[in-house]
Design a protein around this ligand. Sequence first.
Ligand code: HEM
Length: 410
Amino acid sequence: MTGVLSSAMSPMHTDPENRREQGRPATSGLGRRALLATGAALAAAVGAAAEPVANNSRPRRGGAAPDTSPIAFHGLRQAGLTQPQLPAAHMLSFDLPPTSVTADRETLRNVLAALTHTLSTAAAGTLPEPRLHTGETTRLACVVGVGPAIASRLGLNVPPELADLPTFPDDRLDPARGHGDVLLQLCAADRWTPTVVAELATTAVQSAGAVPRWTQSGFLPHTAPGVTPRNLFGFKDGTANPDEPTAQRWVWGPPGAHQNGTILVYRRIHMDVAGFAAIPEDRQNTMIGRRAADGIPLTGTAEHDDPDIYAKHPDGAYVIPATAHVRLSSPRLDRGARMLRRSYNYDDGPNDRGLLFCAYMRDPALFTRVQNRLAARDALLPFIEHRASAVAYVLPGATPNEPLGHHLWT
Ligand code: HEM
């Protein structure tokens, strides 16, 4: 066994199993540099199609000055996924009351056209809405998707992988806070912009024939560029995310109609924040498999080191324990398949705080595999409860001539 350690803080070794691909970390040492180089070449080759999968957690070169430039609504991919995560999020879900397939297809077309118009003018700062004229540049990033139920009912051209999730053990899902035919996420630097735009978007889609189903607001701490935000358990959340070449394989669709689309899995997860906070920090660290203080994996020396789930202590025990969250969610257990996590925290009163888990992937079967492992033995289980769920096909971006979802009808 080559993965034996002399101490938990010693440099880790990796056993041969680890060296076989199994999701060789996109974020470690030479492999990561090589991948970034490949990514740069690829981006140059395919131009705008390879807009980066930006995330707060990914180190950026240059100064740390916050970006104040407007965020373009149009693009091959929706800006809500290509921009670094903005700290305030507002999610909205709408249903289309079923009538006939022909009429409902027309309604959905109108809803998506209305959203495209409202969101593009809001992002451009040209909406005649005094509440948005703050004297500062509007920075709004949106994600719009359609749910699996309406896609199958209306025979839409969506990825074949789009499907609702199975039920998992201990799910306590409130249907009124989940699912939906059209899903919208609005993100900005603070709550003001998403709140106002949500109101305008709701008016627009209601006029087009949709009805509101649920809304949910979320937030992140403001962090310097490149610094991973924390969740309410105090841990950095979003560290191990794929870089662009890895995301092209596992997050975005294959070449064709869906290549700039992806599938969102949303879970509203209640967290017992006080109960978790009462646990000693070293125990918290072994429950996650990373250190709360700096996000460094228990087997590494830097935040973006890949957790080595095969490394062992001299006594044969795994350094990252069997029930640790990052072991059970490790891409090594999924042949390297990765999801892009861009979650938000929520606070809905003293008895309900938690995580709006938002993960994007080509095939939501990945979520199901990971969640089945987590639901069986994740050390976090006594402190969390899944309370709502939604899946949506995140549409490719709109162009000035083609609204969101223009390819759904072919
Ligand atoms: C409240 C619930 C959850 C909390 C507090 C939580 C927290 C964390 C933390 C702190 C990390 C390590 C830092 C990072 O890489 O981002 C992490 C990693 C991860 N989590 Fe969660 N998580 C939760 C739910 C979930 C769920 C439901 C899934 C999917 C079914 C999931 C999938 C992952 C994955 C894939 C990783 C990265 C593993 C790796 O590549 O090393 N998490 N999570």
